[in-house]
Design a protein around this ligand. Structure first.
Ligand code: 13P
Length: 254
């Protein structure tokens, strides 16, 4: 049985005051022992220490949005942070291959594969983000694009690194930050294809891997999308910055 995961990608949003307020609201609300879905937050890395201090001993886990592709530990890479540093701050997950990084920061399939391996090598769980543009969907290329993005990683990674598993987040680019979500049928269709693709590598992994949907998920549409059999949670952007919205999505998943 896959426990749903609802993850908040804060992107480049926040301040110390906002982080304190948001985490306090989450912890207070979850103090009734809610545990039917796992909840994770991905703050900008500068706030990791604050997040770790606030969430240790809470049911909420945390991760970073990106790591360096060159070295898992340390080196002369100005401005970067390593997978080892994320582990040092007790991260559970690391996002990799988000479409914003693919589009704006040169995260090609091979860079994404390198980062994925470095994350897994630190015992952390990579959350591999994939998804097609609107043009690709209109040209019926969704399956090709998503398969290419996933195969680039799974075909190259050393299987022995995957003991802690991985998570896939299907985020159609046309649904990110636009207010337009994929329909629950569109999401289910792609998620089922992704699971079949994973099955080619390992049926055990296919059964246990959580496939999240991301793209304009809100409290008002969460139930519909999260009700699909191959949708195992959500990667939430904008709505994860509002405690009430994010909690409502987490409860819809559980
Ligand atoms: P929105 O929920 O703001 O559309 O962002 C989705 C996303 O990119 C999460 O990684």
């Amino acid at each position: 049985m896959r426990k749903p995961l609802v993850a908040g990608n804060w992107k480049m949003h926040g301040s110390r005051a906002m982080v304190a307020e948001l985490l306090d609201a989450l912890i207070t609300d979850l103090s009734d022992g809610f545990d039917t879905s796992e909840i994770a937050v991905f703050p900008p890395s500068l706030y990791l220490s604050q997040v770790r201090d606030a969430l240790t001993d809470s049911p909420v886990v945390w991760g970073v949005q990106n790591i360096c592709s060159k070295d898992g530990l340390s080196g002369a890479y100005t401005g970067e942070l390593s997978a080892g540093m994320a582990a040092d701050f007790s991260c559970t997950y690391v996002l990799v291959g988000h479409s914003e990084r693919r589009a704006m920061y040169g995260d090609t399939d091979s860079v994404v594969a390198a980062k994925f391996a470095l994350i897994a090598n630190q015992g952390l769980v990579p959350v591999l983000c994939v998804g097609e543009t609107l043009k690709e969907r209109e040209q019926n290329e969704t399956s090709t694009v998503v398969s290419r993005q996933i195969s680039a990683v799974l075909d190259s990674v050393d299987g022995s690194l995957l003991k802690n598993g991985y998570v896939i987040a299907y985020e159609p680019i046309w649904a990110i930050g636009t207010g337009v979500t994929a329909t629950s049928q569109q999401a289910q269709e792609v998620h089922a294809e992704i699971r079949k693709l994973i099955e080619k590598h390992s049926s055990d992994m296919a059964a246990r891997t959580r496939i999240l949907y991301g793209g304009s998920v809100k409290a008002s549409n969460a139930m519909d999308i999260l009700g699909q059999s191959d949708v195992d949670g959500a990667l939430v952007g904008g709505a994860s910055l509002k405690a009430e919205e994010f909690l409502a999505i987490s409860r819809a998943a559980g």
